[in-house]
Design a protein around this ligand. Structure first.
Ligand SMILES: [Zn+2]
Length: 299
């Protein structure tokens, strides 16, 4: 009897130990089990509910997901916004400076003759022709546009006079001496240092590509000629025929020549219009292709 009672006591202790061990293992291993499933999750929630911390972590987890989604959307929006900006850049770059005319700057139309770029007595003559109804010789290549311009000016009611075209080297030398004597100067320059007549070799007239055009009833070659209707018409229309006003008033510092509202030079229609639209004299235009020929403005 005594041994049987002792056995039941020991058996009861073993049962209590096993129950305690089972309870401890279930509490500590279920949430971290590798085969964690819905049933265990509910059991874990129940355990947390018993501890008073059930619903809070679950709601926080859901809120974190909700908060992160808009953040992700904002990032996408910010990423798309800068992506649109580069697409607008080509639109901004479209207004560009007018391209230079695609020409051969060494072609005869753009020959630059001035004080710094002189011709020798042997460089010419060009093929000269005398244009009709005047005694004005010019390079044969500009005869047609020159006569077309003169005729259009006449048709507009003006009295055009072709005063002076091609001059040989010796003719320019004689012209220089005569003008210097008439003005009491030796170097062909006025009081401001601008040429009123060019020394032999430095005159564009020696190329036959230029012509002094005045009014038949007003042949005075000075600044006052600009008041004639003939000059006003020529200034407004000369580029249509390929001519430019070679020595403008606002370019005296660059050309080194006084304002001559009568000296027109042929450069072709495209370049004549480009030079006029961009307010360039021939020295400036040629320098765009040949920087070594750039002329510094006079001091
Ligand atoms: Zn002239």
């Amino acid at each position: 009897m005594r041994a049987s009672r002792t056995f039941r006591v020991i058996f009861g202790i073993i049962v209590l130990i096993l129950f305690g061990a089972y309870s401890y293992m279930r509490y500590t291993t279920s949430p971290h089990s590798s085969d964690f499933d819905e049933e265990n999750a509910r059991t874990y929630s129940e355990w947390l509910a018993l501890a008073g911390v059930d619903a809070v972590p679950a709601e926080q987890t859901q809120q974190e997901v909700v908060v992160e989604e808009p953040a992700a959307l904002e990032q996408e929006t910010q990423t798309e916004a800068p992506a649109e900006l580069p697409a607008e850049e080509p639109v901004v770059e479209e207004p560009a400076a007018p391209a230079l005319p695609a020409i051969d700057i060494n072609s005869w139309e753009y020959m630059l003759v001035n004080d710094a770029n002189r011709l020798t007595a042997q460089d010419f003559p060009p093929q000269v022709v005398t244009v009709s109804d005047s005694q004005c010789p010019v390079d044969s290549r500009i005869a047609e546009p020159l006569m077309a311009m003169a005729q259009a000016c006449k048709d507009a009611g003006n009295s055009v006079y072709l005063s002076s075209g091609y001059r040989s080297y010796s003719e320019q030398a004689a012209n220089f001496t005569r003008v210097c004597n008439n003005n009491g100067v030796a170097d062909g320059k006025d009081a401001n240092g601008f040429y009123i007549t060019m020394p032999a070799g430095a005159s564009e007239h020696q190329t036959g590509l230029a012509c002094d055009i005045t009014d038949r009833y007003y042949e005075i070659k000075n600044a006052s000629l600009e008041n004639t209707a003939t000059f006003q018409w020529l200034k407004a229309n000369c580029t249509d025929f390929g001519f430019i006003l070679r020595f403008p008033q606002d370019k005296q510092d660059i050309t080194g020549v006084m304002y001559e509202p009568f000296h027109f030079r042929y450069v072709g229609v495209e370049v004549a219009k480009y030079m006029t639209e961009n307010n360039l004299c021939l020295e400036e235009f040629v320098a765009l292709y040949k920087p070594e020929l750039a002329v510094a403005p006079a001091a």
